[in-house]
Design a protein around this ligand. Structure first.
Ligand SMILES: [Zn+2]
Length: 123
């Protein structure tokens, strides 16, 4: 027996709610990973898990970046910290929440700059 329009809409809403819950859970997991890295432990992110800034950099020289799945409440952080390659003896940026900082991402609009390390560059 085919579903009614109301049943189809109810099912669509349920699927959307489940996806939203999954995104929230994923964002929390990613944020916990960032917090661990900021505390000097945790599993570093791979380069392809991060979006880099077009030009904004940490005082240490590394580009700013954020994990792709961090969600809307994420922050820009030092990419060297996120990739586990930071020199702990030098000063790094404070976290820059998306809500308060407008920082251009690599590949945003017609801007083609990036602070992402080149593939051949040692990380
Ligand atoms: Zn840094």
């Amino acid at each position: 027996m085919p579903m009614t329009d109301d049943e189809i809409l109810a099912r669509a809403r349920e699927i959307e709610r489940q996806r939203s819950d999954a995104r929230v859970t994923e964002a929390r997991t990613v944020e916990a990973r960032v917090q661990a890295l900021l505390a000097g432990r945790g599993e570093p992110f791979a380069l392809d898990e991060l979006r880099y800034s077009a030009s904004a950099r940490c005082p240490c020289g590394a580009g700013l970046a954020y994990p792709l799945k961090v969600g809307l409440r994420g922050c820009w952080d030092c990419s060297a910290i996120l990739t586990g390659t930071a020199d702990v003896a030098v000063m790094h940026t404070d976290r820059k929440p998306f809500a308060f900082w407008s920082i251009r991402s690599e590949g945003e609009g017609d801007h083609d700059g990036t602070t992402r390390p080149a593939a051949t560059e040692a990380v």
